[in-house]
Design a binder for this molecule. Structure first.
Ligand code: ADP
Ligand code: NI
Length: 216
């Protein structure tokens, strides 16, 4: 199979897995991340096959979406092996997927390759701005979280476990993740895009709290 066919097969697989997903991780999220990652990766001189495969598969084994305990090898790895990719290519792609995810407000998430840097930036940009706001409330509703509770303050998670076990209202997620992302971008292009999306979220939150307080 050539690269084009491999991408097409992986795309079809991800569409079948994620179409209609209701927590903001639907196929269109994956497709936006893929396109943004290719765009950033082109500017950074990345291996674009690796970037595209990792972007397509990045949420397949995400702990937020998969109920089961961590299973080895991951479904992404199984898929890549089934596609007859060489072991070093499989390892590179799996390493990116491991690096990408946000793991808590106070937890660093260093990337081990330029390809991981652009996929992480692309995934994080999709958590910001108007689409990021929509995804966040979709996720909160899907997990039966409250929209906002003034009695529950945002926290700085000290480790991944604290982040994973949080059940805070959705507005807190802006302070615990979304507003931190602007300063955690890897590439210059992503930093510039993040500034606009960050401002939009701040504007949204100002309006949210003005309305909340309107009749007090
Ligand atoms: P990451 O792997 O970095 O978490 P994802 O692609 O899995 O990135 O998407 C994360 C998105 O899921 C967040 O940006 C947000 O929209 C939603 N999300 C995750 N955790 C929460 C939460 N506690 N409250 C609300 N939304 C959340
Ligand atoms: Ni994602």
């Amino acid at each position: 199979m050539d690269y084009k066919e491999l991408i097409q097969k992986t795309e079809d697989f991800m569409i079948s897995e994620f179409r209609g997903e209701g927590s903001g991780h639907d196929w269109f999220h994956i497709d936006r991340v893929r396109k943004m990652a290719l765009n950033l990766g082109g500017q950074e001189g990345c291996d674009l096959f690796i970037v595209e495969m990792a972007a397509l598969l990045h949420d397949l084994d995400d702990w937020k979406l998969v109920q089961a305990e961590t299973h080895f090898p991951s479904r992404a790895e199984k898929w890549l092996v089934e596609m007859n990719l060489e072991q070093d290519v499989v390892s590179k792609i799996i390493q990116i997927i491991e690096d990408v995810s946000f793991k808590g407000a106070g937890v660093e998430t260093p990337v081990r390759s330029l390809e991981a840097a652009v996929v992480q930036d692309a995934d994080r940009l999709d958590a910001m701005g108007a689409i990021g706001i929509a995804r966040t409330f979709a996720y909160g509703g899907n997990k039966k979280r409250q929209i906002y509770d003034p009695a529950v303050n945002p926290v700085m998670h000290e480790d991944f476990h604290a982040y994973q076990t949080s059940s805070a209202p959705t507005i807190n997620h802006f302070y615990e993740k979304l507003l931190l992302l602007k300063d955690r971008m890897n590439t210059e292009t992503a930093k510039t895009i993040a500034i606009g999306r960050h401002q939009y979220m701040e504007f949204y939150l100002t309006q949210f709290f003005e309305e909340w307080e309107a009749n007090r």
